[in-house]
Write a protein that binds this ligand. Structure first.
Ligand code: BGC
Length: 819
């Protein structure tokens, strides 16, 4: 539509109709205004797939792509753009118009629960990948909603905390991916963060939304709140928040009409917000979408192939002493809690119901045949007891006390539920009901089982009529269900093999703090003891090579909760040590959403970090282990030796996790490798590091600085040669060092990179370009970017610590660029 047509449409709408477009109708959509021919806008999470309009659990199946940190590790903008395009198909298959993605918050702390969802500790890497992802999506007419703007670098008290960040750090680090997304990819959507930024909720922050986003960067899309992240009427509307999500509205509707009538919001401001909505609805086709909502599961072969390739491109080979790739007919011991369980994604709103999930065991069976494999689990790594599976019947009561007759019944195929939106066919209020969930548990082995329950709402668990776990009487807020749930309450029950033990959960909603969620999870598990580790060591001793699949899962790497530590959970360190002592060809395959401490690093032959690579996990991992694919990943985050080496780790709780409602980013711009450089701390594995199965040399480093003085532009080229005997990929990284500056600057900053895949003996000249911003710092006094006169070094290589090529350039004058 032309701008004049949009204006005419706004003129035609009543104030009520205009206001109806500024808040959700339900969890995932905005109501149509049929009278004037405006269709319905639908959105979906995001970012590693398109889940569709259901709950976080179950729902129509979707393609599961590698998580954000895995895409960060790929350093491959072409690949990420292809993933964006594939996601556009997925969004369309779910009848939606916008994807709630990408997530680009910065890896400030290694313990952030959402590290897995975000790309990197480095703003440039995160920004370049976000641009590629958004282009892929939007070229197919699906809107991106880059999130969470801004300062959501931790999950602790995220809906209330104030992130206190100085302007220079915001501009140089935290805002960069958003800025690039607006300026270089023209993102159609931005989602505000839950938290406050310097004392004001991001959803009602005029400086952030109007001054920076719209005026300085030229944003012309919509700004929407994070779910339940709007806390006011006039303030959010006036500050520039177009859409309150989800619906039904808490802050707008009649309240907003009253605010207009009272004069606290002008009709012109309403027009601005409606204009943004209609513009984006036009771009995405939502404006003409009156079709009944339909969701399809489209398991496409081209998506399978892309996901498998991406998994290998993201896998980072951290150590390899002559053991990988596997070849010959060797006998392989397959060990560890992640071997037979496919860990494909993190937890929270990014969760979806995948078409399928290939475990490492299945990938290895397909690659090598089961005859060569032996198996032992060794230990567990779960955070919560394993979900109780089997048929569970649910009786719903239209009160919070399980009284009277149930008003609705249904069956679950496991003992967990996440109730949002319309439930029990509308017969109960989703925020005020109770339920009795009944089923049975038949163990294969007799023993003393752990029975664990956690819930957003109250829950009690009875086994054979005996109360075993009580998350009702002394319910306390914990770190589950986005901080609306309690921590897991665990009891014990002696259970007999082969006997069906009756299991009943009584559940009731409670008043929520911030997010209207009703949910519970019941887990029943038998702990594994030291004998399981001894058995695994025995299996390893009998094999030629031992593969140990360890790490975390989406219970740990999840939205709504930060990690307490970065040590591997459970007895996994003991397991690796025991296996490595039994077999010197021990290969650790790590799946986590961020760094872990590796006390056994000197004892093992190889370590491969495979992240959460999506539904093809096991196949992608097997491709790398057997050398059908080169390990293409390079670390998007520094891996410290211990947690205390990390920039956000501090004796001062104000720095992390925060205190009295505030978290202070006191390390300033010194995040990630900038911190390790500043304090002279050697990381376990540096930012940008990762091995290939082949070798590369870099030569013919040419720096063309003829335009440096006038425009700040420098062209660089380098010859990359594969000097090994296999095809493989090389990530070339270019860092800038400012020799002298008015403000303390990092020792070096990544300013350009490129990835190339070359056959044995092949060589290529790679060109990289730096513009003035690559040399600038943000001057908070002047409110602009400054390139000072003086000498700059360009350092080029294959990781932040391996930079063999260096050139110096100098400029005589300064340069300033607007904010
Ligand atoms: C998350 C968002 C997500 C939204 C909708 C929130 O809890 O922070 O990233 O898009 O829920 O599911």
């Amino acid at each position: 539509m032309r701008p004049t047509e949009i204006e005419a449409l706004i003129d035609e709408m009543t104030l009520e109709e205009q206001v109806s477009l500024l808040s959700g109708e339900d969890f995932w959509s905005v109501a149509a205004v049929e009278r004037v021919g405006v269709g319905k806008l639908r959105v979906t999470d995001g970012p590693n797939g398109a889940r569709g309009g259901g709950s976080l659990i179950g729902g129509v199946k979707s393609a599961s792509f590698p998580v954000g940190i895995a895409l960060g590790a790929s350093w491959n903008t072409d690949l990420v753009e292809q993933i964006g395009a594939a996601l556009a198909d997925e969004v369309k298959s779910k009848g939606a118009h916008m994807l709630l993605a990408p997530t680009v918050n910065i890896h400030r702390s290694v313990t952030n629960g959402r590290n897995f969802e975000c790309y990197s500790e480095d703003p440039l890497l995160a920004a370049e990948l976000a641009v590629a992802y958004i282009k892929g999506l939007q070229e197919k007419g699906v809107g991106a909603t880059i999130k969470h703007f801004a300062g959501n670098e931790s999950e602790i008290e995220r809906t209330t905390i104030s992130s206190v960040i100085d302007e220079r750090s915001l501009r140089e680090v935290y805002l960069v991916p958003f800025e690039w997304a607006v300026k270089k990819a023209g993102t159609w959507g931005v989602m505000t963060a839950y938290n406050k930024l310097n004392g004001t909720f991001a959803s009602e922050h005029p400086w952030l939304l109007e001054e920076v986003l719209r005026k300085q960067w030229g944003f012309s899309g919509i700004v929407m709140s994070d779910w339940f992240g709007s806390h006011s009427t006039a303030e959010t509307v006036n500050a520039g928040l177009d859409l309150e999500m989800p619906g039904p509205t808490r802050d707008r509707g009649e309240k907003l009409i009253a605010a207009v009538e009272a004069g606290t919001v002008s009709r012109e401001t309403i027009r601005d917000r409606v204009r943004a909505m209609l513009t984006v609805m036009d771009r995405t086709g939502a404006i003409a979408d009156f079709a009944p909502h339909a969701e399809k599961a489209e398991d496409r072969p081209e998506h399978r192939a892309l996901i498998r390739r991406a998994g290998a491109e993201a896998a980072v080979l951290l150590k390899n002493v002559g053991v990988l790739p596997l070849f010959g007919k060797n006998r392989i011991a397959v060990i560890g809690p992640n071997a037979k369980t496919a860990q494909i994604m993190g937890g929270g709103s990014a969760q979806l119901n995948p078409h399928y999930a290939v475990s490492p065991w299945e990938g290895l069976v397909a690659a090598a045949g089961e005859g060569r494999l032996s198996y032992a689990q060794g230990c567990t790594n779960h955070r919560f007891e394993p979900t109780a599976k089997g048929d569970y019947s649910v009786q719903y009561f239209a009160n919070r006390t399980l009284s009277g007759d149930p008003v609705f019944s249904e069956t679950l195929d496991e003992a967990q539920a996440f109730w949002i939106g319309r439930i029990a066919e509308g017969k109960v209020d989703p925020l005020s009901f109770s339920a009795r969930i009944s089923g049975s548990f038949t163990p294969e082995v007799s023993g003393t089982y752990r029975v664990g329950v956690y819930s957003a709402g109250f829950a009690k668990v009875y086994v054979d009529g005996v109360l075993v776990a009580d998350a009702w009487s002394d319910w306390e807020k914990g770190r589950t269900y986005f901080e609306e749930g309690c921590d897991e309450v665990v009891g014990e029950a002696k259970l007999e093999a082969g006997r069906a033990h009756e299991v009943v959960v009584e559940y009731a909603t409670k008043d929520y703090a911030s997010l209207g969620i009703a949910a519970f999870h019941l887990g029943i598990g038998l702990p594994l003891g030291p004998e399981a580790i001894a058995e695994a060591a025995g299996v390893a001793a009998d094999a030629d090579v031992a593969l140990v699949f360890i790490g975390r899962n989406g219970q740990w790497d999840t939205e709504g909760s930060d990690l307490d530590a970065i040590a591997l959970p459970g007895a996994q360190n003991d397991l690796v040590a025991a296996v490595a002592a039994a077999n010197r060809k021990t290969v650790v395959v790590l799946q986590t959403g961020g760094p872990v401490e590796m006390p056994w690093i000197g004892e093992v032959a190889a370590v491969l970090q495979a992240w959460y690579p999506g539904q093809e996990a096991g196949n992608a991992i097997a491709d790398v282990l057997f050398g059908h694919a080169d390990p293409g990943g390079r670390l998007p985050q520094s891996f410290p030796v211990t947690w205390s080496d990390n920039p956000a780790h501090s004796q001062d709780p104000m720095v992390y996790p925060g205190q009295d409602g505030e978290v202070h980013y006191r390390e300033g711009v010194f995040v990630g490798y900038r911190h390790y450089d500043k304090h002279g701390i050697a990381p376990l594995f540096p930012f940008g590091f990762g091995l290939s199965y082949t070798d590369f040399s870099l030569s013919d480093f040419v720096v063309e600085d003829g335009r440096f003085e006038a425009e700040g532009v420098v062209e660089v080229s380098v010859r990359v040669t594969n000097t090994g005997h296999r095809a493989g990929s090389c990530v070339v990284q270019l860092y800038v060092h400012d020799h002298e500056a008015a403000l303390p600057r990092p020792e070096k900053e990544l300013k350009a990179f490129g990835k190339t895949t070359l056959g044995p003996g092949a060589s290529e000249v790679m060109a990289l370009r730096l513009d003035a911003r690559a040399f600038a710092f943000f001057d908070p006094e002047e409110g602009c970017w400054t390139v000072e006169p003086g000498v700059f070094s360009l350092r080029l290589g294959t990781s932040s610590e391996e930079l063999p090529l260096e050139a110096k350039i100098e400029r005589a004058t300064g340069l300033t660029l607007p904010a």
